[in-house]
Write a new protein. Structure first.
Length: 158
């Protein structure tokens, strides 16, 4: 009884493995043949499939991209890293420019406010070092210049 069971198991294993293997055989004349075992005189043989449990989804697709080499992967990593660093530098520069523009806008608005409020504006003469005051005739020209500065720096934002 035991020997019969062993022979049945061995037969199933042999039959299962033989049925699962399909070979592509090419003879000397270039003819292709598909069989479980290639005939003698076969020039080239390729294993087409092995195992009946293989699902169609696990079969490699012919259009699958070949695996990249280590050098290509490292080059891709360096490229992504460089692009990230450039983007961060650009964002930091834009942030600095934005902060400077806000500061210049506030300064220009403050200057315009002091001119339009009618306060006495003094300035130092660079030649003599004396303090001089803005005359009422010069005030409209200075207000117009300050308004242009506000328009330039603040982009008409209130």
């Amino acid at each position: 009884m035991m020997s019969r069971l062993l022979s049945v198991c061995a037969g199933l294993l042999i039959a299962g493995s033989a049925a699962a293997q399909i070979m592509e055989c090419v003879d000397a004349k270039g003819r292709r043949e598909y069989a479980q075992v290639c005939a003698p005189g076969t020039v080239r043989q390729n294993q087409v499939s092995k195992g009946a449990s293989r699902s169609p989804a696990s079969a490699p697709s012919p259009a699958a991209a070949p695996a990249k080499s280590t050098a290509e992967l490292e080059a891709d990593f360096r490229k992504r890293n460089l692009e990230r660093q450039e983007a961060e530098a650009k964002a930091a520069k834009e942030e600095v420019n934005e902060v400077e523009a806000r500061r210049n806008c506030e300064s220009a608005r403050s200057n315009l406010r002091s001119l339009t409020d009618g306060l006495r504006i003094s300035q130092v003469d660079p030649k003599t070092g004396e303090r001089t005051f803005l005359s009422d005739e010069d005030r409209p020209a200075r207000i117009a210049a300050a308004q242009k500065s506000v328009d330039a720096w603040c982009n008409n934002k209130k």
